[in-house]
Design a protein around this ligand. Structure first.
Ligand SMILES: C=CC1=C(C)c2cc3[nH]c(cc4nc(cc5[nH]c(cc1n2)c(C)c5CCC(=O)O)C(CCC(=O)O)=C4C)c(C)c3C=C
Ligand code: FE2
Ligand code: FE2
Length: 360
């Protein structure tokens, strides 16, 4: 067998120019798992968004772009290289949207004679608009272009001990500097999508305190999984309940998204007397537009304008050695059959069910 690892992240525009950002936003938002309405309505909504958003987003991208390219892509490539060195196996990187594309990457892997792939989505939490769409796209492309490849998928890992340990150790220097309050800011999703990915159809956002009442729905509940990460982190660093909170950022459109919204929560914390705020974004494993611009630039402005004094942000896991180690363990366990490692299980565990979507 010729095994390999495939890392998939979200993707960025090819450049921060308005036409490239428009192309990126069009591909991203026309995904039926991102704007989950019938095609004609989605086309209309995305058409409306594409009138103004490409210019605004291009401006935001210009503030974080590096000489090597988008931070998300540059960091993901560095992670790819480091993981390849540690594993001594091919490690490929693809983006769900734009480049390097999933079809090009699978094509290259097939040409290299790879016939066994363990996919690790660079999304620790299950959402139909991130983890699920990445997995489904890879499965579709493998089935069409390289059906001989045996593909396994890393399940979501919101409470994976190695991921939590990497988060805590990467945060340690910021925790030690001192702060009044730690805000966990996760990317938001529409509430409707939380209900859609609930296989019981009777738990998520229906049952009181749903995310803390045991349910099979949690395997695909983004909100539950975000709370789980935050609770484990706080517990393991010994942070009392009144010194941390969870909020959801980056909402788009008028539908209700998961609350509280990060921008409102940052202002509320400042107004309630928090002087030194520390923010961490555990849904993003690489720094990107949403962490560097929305949290790093706009979040700081909001906090200081609302009366806060010191604002600090913990960088994402990026290339932290413990994150590379966590990925290495996931990869070795996922590929145990091909690596003939009797200590590891060859079954990476169940991949949660897939949400039906309207045809694209
Ligand atoms: C962490 C997981 C992510 C989820 C869940 C997610 C859902 C989601 N996102 C949008 C709309 C946009 N997101 C944008 C950027 C962006 N989103 C994620 C991750 C998740 N999104 C990342 C890592 C990034 C940054 C990409 C980069 O190049 O750095 C954008 C583009 C930027 C902008 O115009 O604001 C949009 C749009 C929706 C609608 C959604 C769930 C329905
Ligand atoms: Fe997003
Ligand atoms: Fe839930």
């Amino acid at each position: 067998m010729n095994p390999a690892v495939l890392l998939v992240n979200l993707g960025s525009p090819d450049s921060p120019s308005v036409p490239d950002v428009r192309r990126y936003l069009n591909e991203f938002l026309m995904d039926p798992r991102v704007i989950d309405v019938p095609w004609l309505l989605r086309r209309w909504i995305v058409g409306m968004i594409l009138i103004r958003r490409p210019k605004q987003s291009a401006h935001a991208y210009q503030t974080i772009w590096t000489p090597e390219g988008s931070p998300l892509i540059v960091i993901s490539r560095n992670v790819q290289k480091k993981l390849r060195e540690r594993l001594g196996l091919p490690v490929e990187l693809a983006m769900r949207y734009q480049n390097p594309s999933i079809p090009d990457t699978i094509h290259r892997m097939a040409r290299q004679g790879i016939d066994r792939v363990h996919l690790i989505p660079l999304f620790p939490h299950y959402a139909m608009s991130s983890y699920e769409t990445a997995v489904v796209r890879v499965q579709e492309v493998v089935a069409r272009q390289a059906p001989h490849i045996r593909l396994t998928v890393e399940p979501p890992y919101p409470d994976h001990p190695d991921y939590i340990r990497a988060l805590i150790e990467s945060a340690r220097p910021w925790l030690e500097k001192g702060f009044d309050h730690l805000l966990f800011s996760f990317h938001g999703v529409p509430e409707r999508q939380i209900r859609k990915t609930d296989p019981t159809r009777s738990h998520c956002l229906i049952h009181p305190d749903c995310c803390h009442v045991p349910s099979p729905a949690h395997a695909t509940c983004y909100r539950h999984q975000c709370f789980r990460t935050a609770e484990l982190f706080a517990q393991q660093v010994g942070l009392p309940k009144d010194r941390w909170s969870v909020a959801f950022q980056s909402r788009l459109g008028r539908d209700p998204w998961l609350r509280p919204y990060t921008d409102e929560e940052i202002a509320r914390l400042a107004r309630s007397g928090i002087q030194r705020l520390l923010v961490i974004c555990p849904a993003f494993v690489s720094d990107c537009l949403e962490t560097l611009e929305e949290i790093g630039i706009r979040g700081r402005e909001t906090f200081l304008e609302a009366g806060g004094r010191e604002y600090a942000q913990i960088p994402c896991l990026n290339e932290h050695p413990l994150w590379i180690e966590a990925l290495e363990r996931m990869a070795r366990r996922g590929l145990a059959d091909a690596l003939q490692n009797p200590q590891s299980s060859s079954d990476p565990g169940p991949v949660p069910t897939v949400t039906p979507v309207t045809p694209s």
